[in-house]
Design a protein around this ligand. Structure first.
Ligand SMILES: [Zn+2]
Length: 170
C-alpha cells in the first residue's frame, strides 16, 4: 500500500518507506527479521507500519515464540493430523475442541495452549493408544442436550414432596 501523506501530522508527501532489519526478543531469545518494512514521516519523525506491511514477519515471529515456548508449530499440527488421515472436523472432535479453533491452530492464527499441546504430543508419540482412549471419552454434556435424561415421575415428586415438607415445617 502506498501512503504519502502522514496519518499523524497530516504533512503531504512526507512519508518514506524503508526496509530495515528488526530484532525481536522473546524470553531472552532473539530473532532478526530482514526486510522489515518501516514507514517514517520526515516532518514529524513518527515511524509506523500498516497492518499488511509485515505479514510474513508476523508469522515468523509467532512461530519463533512457539518454538521458544516449546509448542508445536502449525505445520507440525497439520502434518500430524494428515498422517493419521483425519479431517479437521473429526480431529477437532477427537481433541474436544471446536472445529474453528482447531483450524486456527493449523493456520497459525491462534496458538494452542500447553494442555492442548501435550495432548497433541501424546497422539504423536502413541497414536493408537491415545486415540483409543480419546474415542472412549464421554461426549461433553452440551452435545447430549438433545436427549435429556428422563427422571421417573415418582422420583421427581418424591424430591418435591421432601422439600415442601421441609419448608412447611419451618
Ligand atoms: Zn508526520
Amino acid at each position: 500500500m502506498l501512503i504519502k501523506d502522514c496519518p499523524f501530522c497530516g504533512a503531504v508527501s512526507s512519508v518514506t518507506e524503508e526496509n530495515t532489519t528488526q530484532t525481536f526478543e522473546y524470553k531472552g531469545q532473539k530473532l532478526a527479521c530482514e526486510n522489515y518494512k518501516v514507514r517514517e514521516c520526515t516532518e514529524c519523525g513518527e515511524s509506523f507500519e500498516l497492518p499488511d506491511d509485515n505479514l510474513e514477519h508476523e508469522r515468523r515471529i509467532l512461530n519463533f515464540r512457539r518454538q521458544v515456548d516449546g509448542l508445536l508449530l502449525p505445520d507440525e499440527i497439520k502434518a500430524l493430523r494428515e498422517s493419521l488421515r483425519f479431517t479437521q472436523k473429526d480431529f477437532a472432535a477427537l481433541l474436544g475442541v471446536g472445529e474453528k479453533s482447531f483450524t486456527r491452530y493449523e493456520r497459525g492464527s491462534i496458538t494452542q495452549g500447553r494442555s492442548m499441546d501435550n495432548l497433541l504430543r501424546l497422539i504423536k508419540d502413541n497414536p493408537q493408544g491415545t486415540i483409543a482412549v480419546l474415542k472412549g471419552v464421554r461426549k461433553p454434556a452440551a452435545e447430549e442436550d438433545a436427549a435429556p435424561e428422563v427422571i421417573p415421575e415418582g422420583a421427581a415428586s418424591d424430591i418435591l414432596g421432601t422439600s415442601t415438607a421441609t419448608m412447611s415445617s419451618l
